[in-house]
Design a protein around this ligand. Structure first.
Ligand SMILES: O=C[C@H](O)[C@H](O)COP(=O)(O)O
Ligand SMILES: C=C(OP(=O)(O)O)C(=O)O
Ligand SMILES: [Mn+2]
Length: 390
């Protein structure tokens, strides 16, 4: 049986983007309860993904990571899981067919319930309330009761994630999420008695976000202490020294598949620093896998106030990502996308284009705008073309 380590929740490092839970007694009851639960994922499944990502890191496969920006609680969300997995599967087959490389599908799924925010509070008129930080923390409705962080929501994350995992057909993909809420993540660390190794039991792959990747921060410390594959988001302010520091902390043994850099610079800015980052990391001997998140550096606000992204900019960032790798002789290792298998109208463009005016027609994202099913499949085909022609 996998056991929970003792004392794992104590850290002296600063932890960015954590909610202000107002009731410590409830918080500790929830943590104690989570520590008693079985892990959501098993070490052997985690190791299997590690091995597959190792192939991607060494140029023999591609990672296709995708799903909602923010998953939500409830039956309706569970009903979408299968559709999203099938969309990811179809995209993977398109990619694989064109590039000749196997594709490793990984869902942003069964755990992606906590969000970092640009601002701690949101103001509407005269009223200022805590920002919505994902269903793991508080409710999206703009009233004091919903927006107050509630630790019991972390217990629901566990149940909802378990239910979502049951909806993934035949283990068609591994699952991943941002390791943001350290109270939750620490409570789900387990030790494999056979090997003595520490694993996160909350998802196969975890990533650290752009806002929490500080070298001396609690998130990097947490990730360094588990054996799962780890992603780190890399935005335009990242330096080569920071990346080399992350490699020392997260992958000192240089194991292919352990560390993935998820580049999210924006179509305009990717040429500024990215070539130097790749060169410096490659010449350090790190086998880090590079994937492109063309979503988070290309977020805009439409005239009607909705957050959106343009397919043209998303495609442009992917294109530049591939070209830079080709020029340097390194491997463009895959994509990280926010998408859904449903017919939403959240991103602008596509073959049958969604216009900025139509964005409000079916905009259901709890946080960032996602590619809909058609846009996802088109982008997969377009990207596959970039991989094989460049
Ligand atoms: O992925 C999510 C968003 O990019 C992140 O939560 C920041 O969004 P915000 O600027 O609306 O807070
Ligand atoms: C918040 C996210 O990304 P980033 O940390 O890159 O901003 C995300 O992936 O939803
Ligand atoms: Mn997002």
């Amino acid at each position: 049986m996998l056991t929970a380590p003792t004392g794992s929740r104590h850290t002296t490092r600063p932890a960015a983007q954590q909610p202000s839970w107002i009731d410590p007694v409830t918080l500790h009851r929830v943590i104690d309860d989570l520590e008693k639960q079985p892990p959501l994922v098993e070490p052997r499944e985690v190791d299997r993904l590690h091995e597959m990502l190792g192939r991607a890191a060494t140029g023999r496969a591609l990672l296709l990571q995708g799903g909602h920006c923010a998953e939500t609680f409830g039956e309706q969300a569970l009903d979408e899981v299968e559709n999203n997995v099938r969309t990811l599967g179809r995209m993977g087959r398109a990619f694989s067919h064109e590039t000749g490389l196997p594709v490793v599908p990984v869902g942003r799924m069964a755990g992606q319930y906590a969000k970092p925010r640009s601002r701690p509070t949101e103001t509407r008129g005269e009223v200022e309330l805590p920002s919505y930080r994902g269903d793991a923390v508080n409710g999206a409705e703009f009233n004091e009761r919903d927006r107050t962080p509630d630790p019991w929501r972390m217990r629901t994350v566990y149940d909802q994630s378990a239910a979502a995992l049951e909806r993934i057909p035949d283990g068609m993909c591994h699952v991943s999420h941002e390791a943001l809420l350290l109270d939750y993540e620490n409570a789900l660390v387990r030790i494999d008695p056979e090997t003595g190794r520490r694993y996160s039991g909350s998802g196969h792959m975890l990533w650290i976000g752009e806002r929490t990747r500080q070298l001396d921060g609690a998130h990097v410390e947490f990730a360094a202490g588990v054996d799962n594959p780890i992603g780190v988001k890399v935005g335009p302010s990242a330096t080569a020294e920071q990346l080399l520091g992350l490699i020392e902390l997260l992958d000192p043994e240089r194991r292919p598949g352990r560390l993935t850099f998820i580049i999210r610079m924006g179509a305009e800015r990717i040429t500024d620093t990215f070539p130097e980052l790749v060169e410096r990391v490659a010449s350090s001997g790190s086998p880090a896998l590079w994937v492109c998140d063309p979503m988070h550096g290309n977020t805009r606000t439409a005239a009607n106030g909705l957050k959106t992204r343009w397919i043209s900019e998303i495609a442009a960032e992917i294109h530049t990502f591939v070209r830079i790798h080709r020029a340097l002789g390194t491997h463009p290792g895959g994509l990280h996308l926010e998408l859904t298998g449903s017919r939403v109208t959240e991103c602008v463009g596509g073959f049958e284009p969604i216009t900025s005016e139509a964005l409000g027609n079916h905009y259901t994202s709890a946080c960032d705008p996602r590619l809909n099913r058609d846009q996802s499949l088109e982008l997969a085909r377009l990207s596959a073309d970039m991989w094989s022609r460049n």
